[in-house]
Write a protein that binds this ligand. Structure first.
Ligand code: THU
Length: 139
């Protein structure tokens, strides 16, 4: 699958879905709501929010919820991801690695603030250079 350049419509779709997902965050401990939206190879968008737990390490990030939602529906490649936080923060290292599993290195990543403003438009490769992926295990 070729790397994807996001159209304006796709960006708007991802921004909307990430904000909608963020509104569903379950973050009573950190109070830091995160929303993510994945554009799958079939054009469908999957949203996810962070889900915390009273046993803190059992919580999970929004990005992984969105990716796992897509993958558990049958998706194997994602074309883009958008992440919305209060302050336009970047995905954590674990999420970068999980995103890597299902995407091309150049895949677009949109970093949004709480209003949906795109604070940074970057790529997975920029966030996770020299990454380890499925190809490293194939011979
Ligand atoms: N969080 C995410 O959902 N995504 C990230 O990339 C960074 C952190 C969540 C985890 C936790 O629920 C809260 O933000 C504070 O760390």
């Amino acid at each position: 699958m070729a790397e994807h350049t996001l159209s304006q419509t796709e960006k708007e779709m991802l921004v909307k879905a990430a904000l909608e997902a963020r509104a569903q965050a379950y973050a009573p401990y950190s109070k830091y709501a995160v929303g993510a939206a994945v554009l799958a190879e079939d054009g469908r968008v999957y949203g996810g929010a962070n889900i915390e737990n009273a046993a803190y390490p059992s919580g999970i990030c929004a990005e992984r919820v969105a990716v796992f939602k897509a993958v558990s529906t049958g998706v194997r490649k994602i074309q883009a991801i958008a992440v919305a936080t209060e302050n336009g923060a970047s995905p954590c290292g674990s999420c970068r690695q999980v995103i890597r599993e299902f995407s091309k290195p150049g895949m677009p990543v949109l970093i949004l603030d709480a209003s949906g403003t795109i604070m940074l438009e970057t790529s997975l490769e920029a966030l996770l250079p020299y990454s380890f992926g499925p190809e490293d295990l194939s011979n």
